[in-house]
Write a protein that binds this ligand. Structure first.
Ligand code: MEV
Length: 334
């Protein structure tokens, strides 16, 4: 079973009135959210399971409207003709092309406007979320509906341009509403026994997922037994974590996160800035803390004992030098 999408793909283009009162071309929108991996990054690339959570405070939104002149792109990185967009927008352009190709005979040239509060290259799913939003908006502008699996494949096409051989975890989680269990390329909802409040701290160092994934592959080539043992342990931790999340065993969840951080560091995807934030989180009372996402920079995810403690934890992480902090609560049954 797949978790429901935030925005089901269905034509929802609606006319926007221009400020002078006349109708302008219909605008179609697409949205997706940020994600944080609770446990299982990198191990998922080798078939182990993972658990990820949506980060509701951050999201990406795209608007598409049929172009009346040369198609344009508007985003924080670039404003101008799509045909002259810089190379660093390659992933977004791949997403746009994939959507137009999927629209087939109904494809129309579109202007695209993108807004995103998800910091790029921080392990929070920015590339997958922006791609998902652009694809949804473009398909809607073309009046085309696709099913969930097709949409996932289109996002994966863009993710492949971002970092080679994505597991699909990011593409799935940026459209999920709740915590998800990812195994064998698919997700299902995770039952959550008690509220879990996390603080996410940005190290300010750009994460390099492509390099990090390549580094794990190289290490696995050089030390297959050592790396397989670490991947197996991450898989075992994820399986146990699912039970702990379900029963609300916060201390055990925290311990699993901290152990995962050590294992990920051993796989070569750590960074001194991440270790520094993990130490700061633990000394401020976090139950566990780890890097989240590709690593080699990016963010740390720390589990707070409760909501009040999360405020103190955020404060401490900011004083420890975090470039930004966010708090997110995964709601439990109790
Ligand atoms: C990146 O957010 C997660 C990784 O496991 C890569 C992937 O799953 O494709 C590092």
């Amino acid at each position: 079973m797949t978790a429901s999408t935030d925005v089901p793909i269905a034509p929802d283009a609606h006319p926007h009135a221009a400020t002078n009162g006349s109708a302008v071309a219909p605008v179609a929108t697409g949205r997706a959210g940020a994600k944080a991996i609770l446990l299982g990054e990198h191990a998922v690339v080798y078939g182990r399971p993972a658990i990820a959570i949506p980060v509701r405070a951050l999201g990406a939104r795209a608007e598409a409207r049929p172009a009346v002149a040369e198609p344009r792109l508007s985003s924080a990185l670039y404003h101008g003709a799509i045909s002259r967009a810089p190379e660093r927008l390659g992933v977004t352009l791949t997403a746009l092309s994939a959507a137009l190709e999927a629209a087939g005979g109904r494809a129309v040239p579109v202007d695209i406007a993108i807004e995103s509060s998800i910091p790029a290259e921080r392990g929070l799913g920015s590339s997958a979320a922006v791609s998902a939003a652009v694809i949804e908006a473009t398909l809607r502008a073309c009046g085309v509906t696709v099913d969930d699996e097709r949409l996932h494949e289109l996002i994966q096409t863009a993710e492949r341009a971002a970092h080679g051989s994505p597991s699909g975890l990011d593409a799935r989680t940026v459209r999920a509403r709740a915590a998800v269990w990812f195994d064998g390329g698919r997700i299902e909802p995770v039952s959550v026994g008690r509220d879990l409040t996390f603080v996410i701290a940005d190290s300010g160092v750009r994460g390099r997922t492509r390099e990090a994934v390549a580094a794990v592959a190289a290490r696995r080539h050089d030390d297959p037994e050592g790396v397989e043992a670490a991947l197996d342990e991450l898989g075992t931790l994820a399986t146990a974590l699912r039970r702990d999340v379900s029963s609300g065993a916060r201390d055990d969840i925290g311990a699993a996160m901290s152990r995962a951080h050590v294992l990920l560091d051993g796989l070569g995807v750590g960074d001194p800035a991440l270790d520094h934030l993990v130490r700061a989180a633990m000394s401020a009372g976090a139950l566990g803390a780890k890097l989240t996402g590709g690593g080699r920079g990016g963010c740390v995810l720390a589990l707070a004992p409760d909501l009040d403690a999360a405020a103190a934890l955020s404060d401490r992480l900011t004083r420890a030098g975090a470039a930004a902090v966010w708090t997110t609560t995964v709601e439990g049954a109790a």
